[in-house]
Ligand binder design. Structure first.
Ligand SMILES: Nc1ncnc2c1ncn2[C@@H]1O[C@H](COP(=O)(O)OP(=O)(O)OP(=O)(O)O)[C@@H](O)[C@H]1O
Ligand SMILES: [Mg+2]
Length: 246
């Protein structure tokens, strides 16, 4: 489905056009959900271009991503993105930081694909014509331009995931947060997503059970019961996680 030719925007590899990374600082962060600590005492300074997050179901991965964009309120400690407090300056943080939700249905507001993507661009200052062009380009980049007038709720799980991804890419945030981006993709689209991710000039934080997606990442964090259990190079983190999951 992806267009192989438009997948890589740069010819000299990802580093040739790498965009500046934001610095995300968790300082003793606790997040409470329903009276339980979904994140507990998390302290991290994230400034690498490729960061992976792994962990068992319920370990706090989605909560970590949601906290970064102010969707999971911090109850203890502080969390800043490029010096902006996510609670006090949520709007500015969200303008520069986009989240691809684990469940694409959470991303959808309008019934028709193109209208929904245009809505996502509404507060970014582009004209109606520019917005239309951006939406079309983002869909084409993922090879799903034929879905533009379809009803989102009638799409397959993988098609919805691709549309949600197009919506995120259209905004061109400085930092992209991906929550299990390949969970519903077939093998071909999964492999194409992996190549797209490799070539993206933007900073990306990727939550994945698909560990192969993270092997060349600069840094991988392992969460266990809302705490950081391991933080280091991809190979060592993945080995740690595999051992703990055995
Ligand atoms: N909105 C919510 N209300 C109540 N509890 C929540 C909510 N969101 C998450 N939790 C709880 O917080 C904990 C962490 O959830 P989270 O979704 O961050 O896990 P996860 O690591 O992303 O898991 P998975 O791999 O299954 O997606 C879980 O115990 C979950 O039940
Ligand atoms: Mg999750």
């Amino acid at each position: 489905m992806f267009d192989e030719k438009t997948e890589t925007r740069d010819e000299g590899g990802a580093d040739a056009t790498a965009r500046p990374c934001q610095t995300i600082v968790f300082d003793g962060v606790g997040v409470e959900r329903d009276g339980r600590r979904a994140l507990d005492g998390v302290s991290l300074t994230l400034s690498e271009r490729r960061i992976g997050v792994v962990g068992l179901n319920g370990s706090g991965k989605s909560t970590l991503l949601k906290a970064i964009v102010g969707l999971a309120p911090v109850s203890v400690g502080s969390l800043t993105v490029d010096g902006r407090d996510v609670a006090r300056e949520a709007r500015a943080v969200r303008a520069a930081t986009g989240l691809l939700f684990q469940n694409p249905d959470d991303q959808i507001v309008f019934p028709i694909v193109a209208d929904d993507l245009a809505f996502g661009l509404k507060n970014h200052g582009w004209s109606r014509a520019e917005t239309g062009e951006r939406v079309a380009a983002a869909l084409a980049r993922l090879g799903v331009e034929a879905l533009a007038r379809r009803r989102i709720h009638e799409l397959s799980g993988g098609e919805k995931q691709l549309v949600a991804l197009a919506g995120l890419l259209a905004i061109e945030p400085k930092t992209l947060l991906f929550d299990e981006p390949t969970s519903q993709l077939d093998l071909r689209n999964r492999n194409r997503f992996a190549r797209l991710l490799h070539a993206l000039p933007e900073q990306a934080i990727v939550v994945a059970h698909d560990l192969d997606l993270l092997v060349d990442f600069e840094r991988v964090i392992v969460l266990e019961a809302g705490r950081v259990a391991f933080d280091g190079a991809a190979a060592a983190a993945i080995a740690f996680h595999r051992e703990r999951s055995a």
